[in-house]
Design a protein around this ligand. Structure first.
Ligand code: F6P
Length: 360
């Protein structure tokens, strides 16, 4: 039987039970991972239990459901996560890590697969050090996890943002306006860089490099003088002008991993460009539309392969590791490598996008 066929008899639980959770922001492709895990785990002789709402499912120890082949039928082509998610951090809860262990024991699960980004995998890494048999699967639309070439969800987010940026050309050109598009990306500008180039943005601003208002206004004016009186600017939510110290925030409230909610840089930028150049400016915030809805073909395939590998890693006893895309293969890499440093857009790629800042 091939992994893709799974076990048509249903839950092969002879070898034990694997608990699965999804943590952090949802990303298109999560359901493909879950389905990949269930099919491969069943074919290898394991049952799978779904935990609801990320680490919350293990600290409250309440909400679970059996993930059999029926439960995952056709879910891979849908967005979001059938398990639900949260930004709960068990290490911020009194006795949290102990609750995780007790819950897993109570559910009869010896193994855990945690699907998530830097925060979720950071927790998984600590739990692995505490002796929990945990395996990670990298997820984030931001694509900022190290040790994997790409994370699933990223391709879908880039396609969504690129389409929006491409479409904005017609209205910006018709009105001779500057339109500033705010793209997700807290610490890394991967989505902005990719969608900016793919969508034909004239200026791309990333968290990796402080930007200068003088440079931006110069490009807007140069384009005007060259007979192109409109400009599209793609800016990451975490980008920062060189004369300011604090990021644009929606609220200073922090989640359980210490993150503030970013937002507002596009509006600030649009106002400032209008004041300096006299050009009419508008701003658009793409927000959660970037990660909502069905996954791209790339993300379905990547998610499926990561799920299959994660189940195989349980069987091979490769705990404390995560399934990662390396070239064309899916490989087991230490969780430590994934959570150590964020993967940001390198200088040479930033220089590549700057090539297109002047009028065509
Ligand atoms: O981490 C993924 C991400 O989509 C970021 O790009 C963004 O800053 C954040 O999540 C938004 O989080 P929330 O959905 O909690 O508002």
């Amino acid at each position: 039987m091939t992994p893709a066929q799974g076990n048509v008899d249903g839950a092969g639980q002879g070898k034990g039970r694997i608990a699965v959770l999804t943590g952090g922001g949802d990303a298109p492709g999560l359901n493909a991972v879950i389905r990949g895990i269930v099919h491969r785990a069943n074919s290898l002789g394991y049952g799978v239990l779904g935990l609801r709402n990320g680490w919350a499912g293990l600290t409250t120890g309440k909400e679970t459901f059996d993930l059999d082949l029926d439960a995952v039928k056709d879910i891979h082509i849908t967005g979001g996560t059938i398990l639900g998610t949260s930004r709960t951090n068990p290490y911020n809860i009194d006795g949290g890590p102990g609750m995780v262990k007790t819950s897993l024991d109570g559910f009869g699960c010896e193994y855990l697969i945690a699907i998530g980004g830097e925060d979720t995998l950071g927790v998984a890494n600590k739990l692995a050090a505490d002796g929990i048999k945990v395996i990670g699967v990298p997820k984030t639309i931001d694509n900022d996890l190290s040790a994997t070439d790409y994370t699933f969800g990223f391709d879908t987010a880039c396609n969504r943002a690129a389409e929006a940026i491409r479409n904005l050309h017609t209205t910006a050109r018709s009105h001779s306006r500057v339109i500033v598009v705010e793209v997700m990306g807290r610490h890394a500008g991967w989505i902005t860089w990719n969608s900016g180039i793919a969508g034909g943005a004239h200026i791309v601003l990333l968290p990796e490099e402080r930007f200068s208002m003088d440079d931006i206004c110069h490009v807007v004016e140069e384009r005007e003088n060259a007979g192109d009186p409109y400009t599209i600017i793609a800016v990451s939510e975490g980008a920062l002008p060189d004369d300011q110290e604090s990021l644009a925030l929606q609220t200073e409230e922090r989640d359980s991993f210490g993150h503030v909610r970013l937002g507002g840089i596009a509006q600030k930028l649009a106002k400032s460009i209008e004041a300096r150049t006299g050009k009419e400016c508008r701003h658009v915030v793409l927000g959660h539309l970037q990660r909502a809805g069905a996954p791209s073909a790339f993300d379905v395939v990547l998610g499926t392969r990561l799920g299959i590998k994660a189940a195989e890693m349980v069987d091979a006893g490769e705990f404390g590791k995560m399934a990662a895309l390396r070239g064309l293969s899916i490989e087991a890499v230490p969780l430590e490598e994934a959570v150590g440093t964020l993967k940001t857009v390198p200088d040479d790629m930033i220089a590549e996008s700057r090539l297109f800042w002047s009028p065509d």
